[in-house]
Design a protein around this ligand. Structure first.
Ligand SMILES: NC(=O)c1ccc[n+]([C@@H]2O[C@H](COP(=O)([O-])OP(=O)(O)OC[C@H]3O[C@@H](n4cnc5c(N)ncnc54)[C@H](OP(=O)(O)O)[C@@H]3O)[C@@H](O)[C@H]2O)c1
Length: 254
């Protein structure tokens, strides 16, 4: 599903992490359709190439966002190529089923490395450039960043941390004219459940259960989420900062 507003990102440079699938892929394409020059980041070269196919505005850069040198390398690649950076979208992320009885320190650290530390280090590396362009950061949280998620508490906690970072950075950077917002999607079609190691049968069961619980009666499409990420980043959205926008078919209200 493609949802289009009329944002104009001509001449703007956008980095999207997690661009090889799901919400990140739809976001990279939505920015490119709006005229942006997009650097799409992820680990799988083939998946990134598929994201960019037919979208001349997207250039891809394979990297593990958790690697210590990745943030500087990715930001230097974008600014070296196009001379500026206007938007950072931190979409790379993962979920993990980890009931308390099975919680391990490695499991907690892995989730926080990817969902909290990596977005922090990317934001830090992007900051000097965003100050120059009065650009913006969009963090991809989750409905479960502000509601409990039994059985995957540390995923929810990592997204809660990202939401608090969003609010604190928004205040910290407001004087520089850099806006920081977060998009909190509900259950959305993507590779996330498979990437969490669930079997095909379990994935189907989870999807049906989620669709039943969502007031609008279905899971979301990545394009429906991406449209709002673009809108949060739009330079015309001049007075919005520090906000967490939940797009989840009403799940948050239940
Ligand atoms: N789908 C949902 O229901 C949902 C709901 C709420 C929030 N979210 C959030 O939305 C964001 C996007 O997820 P998605 O649903 O679109 O799932 P997805 O299809 O699994 O996309 C996540 C992307 O992140 C990339 N990634 C993972 N680890 C990485 C790493 N270490 N370095 C670089 N890239 C990495 C993956 O590509 P590689 O494996 O190739 O690196 C993948 O393309 C995540 O932050 C997720 O937590 C999703």
């Amino acid at each position: 599903m493609t949802v289009q507003f009329h944002e104009d990102f001509s001449g703007k440079v956008v980095i999207v992490t997690g661009a090889g699938s799901g919400i990140g892929r739809a976001t990279a394409r939505a920015f490119a359709r709006a005229g942006a020059l997009v650097l799409g980041v992820g680990r799988r070269k083939g998946a990134l190439a598929e994201t960019a196919a037919g979208h001349p505005g997207i250039v891809v850069h394979p990297a593990d966002v958790c690697a210590p040198d990745a943030p500087a390398e990715v930001i230097d690649t974008a600014t070296g190529r196009w001379g500026r950076l206007d938007v950072l979208v931190n979409s790379a992320g993962a979920t993990k089923l980890m009931p308390l009885a099975e919680t391990t320190a490695d499991g907690v650290a892995g989730l926080f490395d990817l969902n909290v530390t990596a977005p922090s280090m990317f934001a830090r590396a992007a900051l000097p450039h965003l100050r120059r362009t009065k650009g913006s950061i969009v963090n991809v949280s989750s409905t479960y960043g502000h509601r409990p998620l039994p059985g995957a508490a540390h995923y929810a906690a990592s997204k809660a941390a990202l939401e608090q970072l969003t609010r604190s950075w928004a205040l910290e950077l407001a004087a520089d004219g850099v806006r920081v917002n977060a998009l909190a999607p509900g259950p959305t079609e993507s590779e996330a459940l498979a990437a969490a190691g669930l079997s095909e049968t379990t994935v189907e069961e989870v999807k049906q259960d989620e669709a039943r619980r969502i007031p609008l009666g279905r899971r979301g499409e990545p394009g429906e989420v991406a449209a709002w990420i673009v809108r949060l980043a739009d330079p015309a959205t001049t007075w919005l900062t520090g906000q967490i926008l939940t797009i989840d078919g009403g799940l948050d209200l239940t």
